[in-house]
Design a protein around this ligand. Structure first.
Ligand SMILES: NC(=O)c1ccc[n+]([C@@H]2O[C@H](COP(=O)([O-])OP(=O)(O)OC[C@H]3O[C@@H](n4cnc5c(N)ncnc54)[C@H](O)[C@@H]3O)[C@@H](O)[C@H]2O)c1
Length: 387
């Protein structure tokens, strides 16, 4: 049976090649409040039905929606879709308050529908390759990871719709990013940095979050500090360090990661000709002889589907990553399986942003992460954020 998908928010079109490459999947509807953009994009991608009002799209004949609107809308639009009996793939982050995350978890559990957060950095080939090496034990016992999202987005604070070039009226207005991203303290956008690392630490969970900022120097008109560093202590006692910087004047590096284990380590490139590199301890190695090897020497550890990706799958973007994320969502719908980034991952990774805001406003004090996976205490009624 054909799975009919609706997309809300024009960014969702970055997934369209992925959907169109899967047999028996049809992108049947597009919703965007910008009429010009809506009509132009629907015509460009051959999408038959268009809506300016999201609620109207939900009433049309669909099986699933992709939510790609500004992040403060994700929670409400997700719950509305679940209540309409639809499966959901949502852009990052999953919500903007802790209450929303509890509600989201409960709505997904009640609905029995698939919810997947579209954390596309988990699908970057290098991150998948490292995950495969971790599962094969090549780094030994892994105990430390880092993720950094360094991306100057000051220019995105205005222009309520950056997808309509030349629309002067839209460009002169304040954007949602001014409030929900650059208007927040702490690691407001953690999932790109955290998601891949948490997948390497699979089976563990974040127990506490502690966050620090540099203060306001580069662009003090924003509430966000230039750089925020968040330490995530895991239940196992292991550690992840995150850095988010969306204001500093410098070249971007939105996908920097490190992993350390007892038998080796990994470092993503820092720029200026640097490349991704791996060290695996060999017999007799010591600190003077230990040497990096380029990641490309380890390509055989790329998951098979990446190595065998067809031209069509690769052309979806990121060497097939933009196809496989969509494929995993559709597979979860078809086979009733758990999606690789489920509602519990989505809530925990998103909560890092919200708890980091609390921590930073309390001098870096560790804030306990609730366990969204627990069924017994899993209700907003028992929610206590311990400071
Ligand atoms: N995963 C990634 O790599 C990545 C990259 C960029 C953005 N994002 C996320 O994608 C989302 C959208 O970001 P963006 O850069 O496309 O934002 P944007 O402001 O450029 O575009 C948002 C779109 O949503 C539409 N929209 C807004 N409110 C709407 C509503 N109520 N109903 C229908 N349409 C509505 C706007 O008209 C616009 O076309 C955000 O959550 C952002 O965090 C993710």
């Amino acid at each position: 049976m054909t799975i009919k998908v609706g997309i809300v928010g024009a960014r969702g079109l970055s997934n369209i090649q992925g959907f169109q490459a899967i047999p028996d999947v049809e992108v049947a509807a597009l919703c965007d409040m910008h009429e010009g953009l809506l009509q132009e994009q629907a015509a460009r991608f051959g999408i038959p039905r268009t809506y300016r009002i999201y609620e109207d799209m939900l009433e049309s004949e669909l099986d699933a929606v992709v939510i790609s609107t500004p992040m403060q809308l994700h929670f409400q639009q997700t719950v509305q879709a679940l209540e309409a009996g639809l499966h959901v793939m949502s852009e990052v982050t999953a919500g903007v308050t802790m209450d929303e995350l509890w509600w989201l978890k409960e709505a997904v559990e009640r609905s029995g529908k698939v919810y997947m957060m579209a954390e596309n950095y988990c699908y970057i080939p290098a991150n998948q390759l490292i995950g495969n090496m971790v599962r094969q034990g090549l780094f030994g016992d892994i105990y430390y990871g880092e993720g950094e999202y360094i991306h100057d987005i000051k220019h995105l604070a205005s222009g309520y719709n950056r997808r309509v070039p030349g629309d002067q009226a839209a460009a002169s207005k304040t954007s949602w990013r001014h409030y929900w991203q650059l208007g927040k303290r702490g690691t407001f956008y953690p999932t790109h940095s955290l998601g891949p690392v948490m997948q390497w630490f699979q089976g563990d969970r974040i127990q506490s979050v502690s966050s620090f900022g540099t203060g306001w120097h580069t662009a003090p008109q924003f509430r966000q500090e230039d750089t925020s560093v968040t330490m995530c202590q895991l239940e196992s006692g292991k550690l992840i360090r995150l850095r988010v910087d969306c204001l500093s004047n410098r070249p971007h590096n939105a996908a920097y990661y490190t992993l350390q284990g007892t038998l080796g380590c990994y470092e993503a490139p820092r720029g200026l000709g640097d490349e991704a590199k791996i060290y695996l301890k060999a017999d007799g190695d010591h600190s003077d002889t230990a040497a990096w090897r380029p990641l490309r020497e380890f390509e055989r550890y790329l998951p098979e589907r990446y190595r065998n990706a067809t031209e069509e799958q690769r052309s979806a973007g990121h060497y097939g990553g933009d196809f496989f994320i969509v494929q995993d969502f559709i597979d979860a719908i078809r086979h009733g399986t758990r999606p690789p980034i489920d509602v519990y991952d989505a809530c925990e990774w998103t909560a890092v942003a919200l708890l980091s805001e609390l921590s930073i406003a309390n001098g870096g004090r560790p804030v306990e992460m609730p366990d969204f996976r627990k069924t017994s205490s899993g209700s907003y009624r028992e929610q206590i954020i311990k400071l």
